[in-house]
Structure formats: C-alpha cells, structure tokens
Ligand binder design. Structure first.
Ligand code: BJW
Ligand code: ZN
Length: 257
C-alpha cells in the first residue's frame, strides 16, 4: 500500500475525494447487481457452486447441447429484465454526469443494468445477455430479449448455424478495441488525479483482474469495494468491505435512496 497516495487523495474519514482534475475509471462485476436480486458467479450464493454452470457457459457446452444452453440463458434473460438497477448503479450514472469525458465504466456484467441506470460511457467487456450473435459467421450482433421456448435454438438467417448469446465465454477473446479504449483513457488523463475503482468483483477473471495493475502503472490511486475478500485485493491502495449499493453512493457522494 502506498500511504502517500492514500493521504493525498482521501479525506480523514476515508471518503474518496474527486478533485477538479479527477478522472475516474470504474470496473464493475456481478456483486454490483447482487442487490438487484441477480446471483453472482462466485462467492456465497454464486451460480458457479454448480459445475453444470461452467459447462453451460462455454463454447464446448454450447456445441454439445445448444438447446440446454439457450434454456439457461433464457431464464437469465427473464431474471435480468425483471431486475431493476440499484443505488450502486445509480451512483455510477450520477458520477458520470458530473465527470463527463473524465469518466469511463468498464463492466464485466452482461445484465444491462448499468445502461438502464443511465450509464453511457460504458464498455461491456463480457458482452450482453440481451444480445444474440451467430456461432458460425460474422453476422452482426442483434438486440434480443427473447426467452426461447424449451428446446428452441434460433438459427442464423445468413448461414443457418445456431445463434448464440452475445456473451464472452472462457477462452474467447475480448474485443481488442475495448482494451485499447481503457488504455487510451488512462493515457489521456494520467497527468491529473487518476482514480481506479473496482466494485463487486472477485478479481478471479482475466484480463479484468489485471486492470488494477494497468491503472497503477499509469499512477492511479486504486479503490476496491467488495462484500468479501477479492483474489486481487492486495493490489489496491484502499479496500472497503461491504455492499456496493451502500458504499458506492457513500464514496461517490450520493446517499442511497
Ligand atoms: C458484492 C456484493 C455486493 C457480492 N456488493 N460486492 C491470465 C491468467 C490466467 C488465466 C487467464 C489469463 N488471461 C486469460 C485467462 C483465461 C480466462 C481466465 O480469466 N481464467 C481464470 C478463471 C483463471 N479468461 C478468459 O478466458 C477471457 N478471455 C481471454 O482472456 O481471451 C484471451 C485468452 C484466452 C485464453 C487464455 C489466455 C488468453 C474471457 C473471460 C470471459 C468471462 N466470462 C464470464 C461469463 C459471461 C457469460 C455469462 O454470464 O454467462 O463472465 S465468466 C464470469 O466471471 C462472468 C463474469 O463477468 C466474470 C467475472 O466475475 P465477477 O463479475 O468478478 O463475479 P464473481 O461472482 O466472481 O464475484 C462477485 C463478487 O462480488 C464476490 O467477490 C462477492 O463477494 C461480491 N459481492 N454481493 C459488493 N452487494
Ligand atoms: Zn451465421
């Protein structure tokens, strides 16, 4: 922990102070949507206590049984559509309105709740639950809220391959333009008060788990808000344990409603 950085940029009670030249890069994970009623992947109550989930959310699982994978994703689409953004999502949308181009939100979440809360400077690095793309050709992704009927597998109108959810599974590459945008943001604002804040993420999945080090390499002060200890917690200057729906509004200057 770099105490000089911590003293220079946080007030006596540990509140994050965003000065006039502050730029804020935020990384969110499933924990931010937990208070909206959506399960996380890992941690207590996480979806991945069951190995079936890992098999379903993979290219191999999709190849083996696309109808089963669509059933699983259709249920999650329903849950995401029923869920509502919480105070943590809203606090991030509010701070974006204050900071404008000095703000960037990178989310691993596929549930669409940040956009529904009003976030616009948003990069969804693991894709979207409410999108569909082709498993066989480069047909562009299309918005799709459909919860497909049991046994149904939508087909591509161009090549007749199975369509699949527009999410990023393990072993699949993230869009390189997304990582470049993060890099550009850090380069652009590195001279001023650069802050990196991660919230609701276990720090287990790469390359997202390495963003804290990328940000530190550009001089950022780093904050973590998480309910339980994250795998990469030791890489952060400041760690706050607790629910993001309470802690994000507190840290970013908005009270929960
Ligand atoms: C709260 C809370 C509350 C609860 N308030 N907090 C370098 C080293 C080692 C391995 C790799 C590496 N680089 C790449 C890899 C391989 C792999 C990887 O990371 N493996 C690790 C598991 C070891 N990465 C990839 O394959 C990525 N692709 C890639 O890098 O391509 C190039 C490449 C490939 C292969 C090798 C090398 C290079 C792709 C990753 C795709 C991740 N996809 C998923 C599924 C999306 C689809 C779906 O939803 O079905 O994305 S996996 C899943 O994990 C999902 C999430 O976005 C992601 C991260 O999870 P997240 O958000 O952190 O959630 P949780 O559940 O883990 O944690 C929630 C936390 O919240 C907990 O800590 C709670 O305590 C907390 N919490 N309530 C605050 N109220
Ligand atoms: Zn196709």
């Amino acid at each position: 922990m770099d105490d000089c950085v911590a003293r220079a940029t946080s007030s006596a009670d540990g509140e994050l102070e965003l000065g006039p030249d502050a730029a804020l890069l935020v990384l969110t994970g499933a924990g931010v949507s937990a208070e909206s009623g959506l399960p996380t992947y890992r941690g207590s109550g996480g979806l991945w206590r069951s190995h079936a989930f890992e098999r379903l959310a993979s290219p191999e699982g999709f190849q083996a049984d696309p109808a089963l994978v669509w059933r699983f994703y259709s249920e999650r689409r329903d849950a995401a559509l029923k869920a509502r953004p919480n105070a943590g999502h809203r606090a991030l949308a509010d701070v974006e309105r204050r900071l404008g181009e000095r703000f960037l939100l990178v989310t691993q979440n596929v549930d669409g709740l940040h956009r529904r809360a009003g976030s616009e400077r948003l990069i969804e690095i693991h894709g979207r639950l409410l999108g569909t793309r082709c498993s066989g050709c480069n047909r562009p992704e299309s918005p799709d809220e459909t919860a497909y009927a049991e046994g149904e597998v939508p087909r591509c109108e161009q090549c007749d391959s199975a369509l699949r959810p527009a999410v990023v599974w393990f072993g699949e590459a993230l869009d390189p333009a997304h990582l470049e945008a993060v890099d550009d943001f850090l380069d652009r604002w590195r001279g001023g008060q650069l802050v990196f804040l991660a919230a609701g993420t276990s720090g287990a999945v790469w390359p997202a788990a390495g963003l804290v080090d990328l940000a530190r390499s550009r001089g950022a002060e780093t904050w973590l808000v998480n309910a339980e200890r994250a795998d990469n917690a030791g890489r952060f200057h400041h760690v706050r344990r607790g629910p993001s729906g309470t802690l994000l509004p507190e840290l970013l200057g908005r009270r929960p409603s």
